[in-house]
Design a protein around this ligand. Structure first.
Ligand code: PGA
Length: 241
């Protein structure tokens, strides 16, 4: 998954159980059948992965929202890469800012999750991004450097790895990074680790084309706007153009 084909992934967060997933994915599969100019994934809650896989066939990939670094063991509430592969998932998100903020995820655990998932054969979207206060105090570059270097040290520029740059102040807020801010961050990240970099943070049909037009923006990780088939398909279409 080198740069070239744009990659749009829908992070559903804690929305859509198995039956809603099945109907959403049947509709999405119909809309996206045969579209070769964009690579598309949905990231449902773990309990809905199997429903997504069976409704989608091969036109859209299915990613988990997190994955543990052991194959099995006494880790209540966690899911392993082997289990995800068995359920039909092709990849997993790691290090989303909500995991970092609410569930104690650190640069170290994110790196361990990413490295193990890649070793096991999954694709990985590893998330990084600065807080609003960090941007205001001029720390954006240092924060991104620290987060990306932790991942890079564990994985290198693995061919199944992508980074998602998600400024935390833009997630679910309706505020997006400007195309210039996004390009600046993506350029920095790609100098640290040569893998595709997705932008995330209030991506919508109205702003997708401009963000995706930046030279180092390789796709998007879409939260809220991925929960509705029409808006998600519109973002995929903007990426394909
Ligand atoms: P948002 O979420 O598109 O709703 O801002 C993005 C994300 O959290 O991945």
């Amino acid at each position: 998954m080198r740069r070239g084909t744009p990659f749009i992934a829908g992070n559903w967060k804690m929305f859509k159980g198995p039956s809603e997933t099945a109907s959403f994915c049947s509709e999405l599969g119909r809309w996206l059948a045969g579209s070769e100019d964009v690579r598309v994934a949905v990231c449902p809650p773990s309990v809905s992965i199997a429903a997504a896989v069976s409704a989608l066939g091969t036109s859209v990939e299915v990613f988990a929202q997190n994955v543990h670094w052991e194959d099995q063991g006494a880790f209540t509430g966690e899911v392993s890469a082997a289990m995800l592969l068995e359920a039909g998932a092709q990849g997993a998100i790691v290090g989303h800012s909500e995991r970092r903020r609410y569930f104690g995820e650190t640069d170290e655990t994110v790196a361990r999750r990413a490295a193990h998932a890649l070793d096991a054969g999954l694709e990985v979207i590893a998330c990084v991004g600065e807080l609003e206060a960090e941007r205001e105090t001029g720390e954006t570059e240092a924060v991104l450097r620290r987060q990306v270097e932790a991942i890079a040290a564990a994985t290198g520029s693995h061919e199944r790895l992508v980074i998602a740059y998600e400024p935390v102040w833009a997630i679910g807020t309706g505020r997006t990074a400007t195309p210039v801010q996004a390009q600046e961050a993506h350029g920095l990240i790609r100098r640290l680790l040569d893998v595709p970099v997705l932008y995330g943070g209030s991506v919508k049909p109205e702003n997708a084309a401009e963000l995706l037009g930046q030279p180092d923006v390789g796709g998007a990780l879409v939260g809220g706007a991925s929960l509705d088939v029409d808006s998600f398909v519109a973002i995929c279409a903007a990426a394909a153009r």
